[in-house]
Design a binder for this molecule. Structure first.
Ligand code: PLP
Length: 448
């Protein structure tokens, strides 16, 4: 080990402020230092091996340690490390990446605006939507409707679009012009309604909110096709078609946040395809490069792009690293691998249904109220009484106990309150899925 690494934990405590972390607690408990990754496994600095059931942070779709990506980035770095995409220039991998991304979107999406992250992508479409409506002669169409418990990033607009109360409490958010409606979380909030009726009810909250604000004041509705950080809440089948109908009927832009759902996670290239709807704008990131290098973007439909290109002129927005050529080259190679190894089809036809069946087998456990999945994005709902859907009084404790037991047994999962979340690399094998299910069951036994 490198000399400086022998006291890496102490250095971390002294110098590094972690995102989304209680630093006092973390410093007392000690940070896990992850040194290496290969396939679906990561290794800490004590040599302990973990099956990563979470693909880093929902992003390492092709798995760890793919040399092809390192080679593509190295080659691009030697050719052209950086050049900007402002003021009349661009670089070949940036253009090729935009073309490649749109080749997997529907026929109405043909352009991409690049950013460095998913948060920046959300800030980007937020401004773009307002600029679009102003150019359409409707400058009052400014307000964006988002959802409680949604997640759209950590920048000021991203966190405001998100519906996480505990984020809003820090920094006086949300900013003006962003309002929230409820989430289609049937298990927790559906009461006596059937999932189908509850899905319609929650979609119609959008219509009611548009009525309240006035159609001429609403720019867009944004939601993740499946809420990720909010707990992998797969909406009832009635939800998305009704949302799409309302957006169309009331002339507001539909924005699907594809940062997690994109690039094969649900067994489709994009989450909106899973539900058969067509967005006007769609932020992307994470699986775009499988997390090998930071890159994000907004997929822009012809409806919006044509106005931006032909009417707006300058869109005064962009980032130094928009379309960074090395990140773009890595992303392009990542998409080549996803295509060549047919990972989207693999999730749809093979490992996605296999995970769903494995999770179903956990439903006999007294602590499991429901399991839900779409491709390789899944959740186990914990419950105190499964027949009445009664949830635990201390929801955090329930999830944390299962998660910690899994971690001690070499499986990384995430707990969001009383939901255990799964999002493994798309290259995961059936054998590794069996392992995930087995360790999860032991975690459930331990916590029950
Ligand atoms: N949108 C969604 C749906 C996300 O899950 C995330 C991150 O988890 C973001 C946006 C923000 O992306 P980033 O962390 O790359 O800024």
């Amino acid at each position: 080990m490198h000399a400086a690494l022998s006291n890496i934990g102490a250095l971390d405590a002294a110098h590094h402020l972690h995102p989304f972390s209680d630093m006092k607690k973390l410093n007392a408990a000690g940070t896990r230092i992850i040194e290496r990754g290969e396939g679906c496994y990561i290794y800490d600095n004590h040599g302990k091996k973990y099956l990563d059931g979470f693909a880093g942070l929902w992003c390492v779709n092709i798995g760890y340690g793919r040399k092809e990506i390192a080679d593509a980035a190295y080659k691009q770095m030697n050719e052209l490390t950086y050049y900007n995409t402002f003021f009349g220039t661009t670089t070949p991998p940036t253009v090729l990446l935009a073309q490649k991304i749109t080749s997997h979107a529907g026929p109405n999406i043909n352009r991409v605006f690049f950013t460095g992250s998913g948060s920046e992508a959300n800030d980007t479409w937020f401004r773009m939507a307002r600029v679009y409506w102003a150019a359409m002669g409707k400058p009052t169409k400014k307000t964006v409707i988002a959802r409680v418990n949604g997640y759209h990033g950590s920048t000021v607009a991203g966190a405001s679009l998100g519906g996480m109360k505990w984020m809003h409490e820090q920094g006086d958010l949300p900013i003006a012009g962003i309002v929230h409606i409820g989430q289609p979380y049937w298990y927790g909030e559906g009461g006596d309604l059937s999932p189908a009726d509850f899905g319609l009810k929650m979609a119609r909250e959008l219509e009611a909110k548009i009525d309240e604000l006035g159609e001429d004041n609403v720019a867009a509705f944004v939601a993740e096709p499946i809420q990720g950080a909010g707990g992998v809440i797969v909406p009832p089948e009635t939800y998305w078609p009704e949302i799409a109908r309302i957006c169309k009927a009331r002339n507001i832009l539909l924005v699907t946040d594809e940062v997690i759902c994109g690039f094969g996670r649900t067994g489709h290239w994009f989450g909106h395809q899973h539900f058969g709807v067509e967005p006007d704008l769609a932020p992307i990131a994470k699986g775009l490069s499988s997390g090998y290098l930071p890159i994000g973007g907004v997929m822009v439909s012809d409806r919006v792009a044509d106005v931006l290109v032909n009417e707006v002129g300058d869109f005064n927005h962009g980032f130094t690293y928009s379309g960074h050529p090395v990140c773009a080259a890595a992303a392009l190679e990542n998409l080549r691998i996803i295509e060549e190894e047919k990972l989207v089809e693999r999730v749809h036809d093979d490992v996605g249904p296999y995970l769903a069946a494995g999770l179903k087998s956990l439903e006999d456990h007294p602590m499991v109220g429901q399991t839900q999945s779409a491709g390789l994005m899944a959740a186990v709902q914990l419950a105190e009484n499964k027949s009445t859907r009664k949830r635990f009084e201390d929801r955090e404790r329930a999830g944390v106990e299962v998660r910690n037991h899994c971690l001690a047994n070499g499986l990384v999962l995430r707990a969001t309150g009383d939901r255990m979340l799964f999002s493994p690399p798309l290259v995961i094998t059936r054998g590794e899925i069996d392992q995930m299910i087995e360790i999860t069951r032991k975690g459930l036994d331990h916590a029950w």
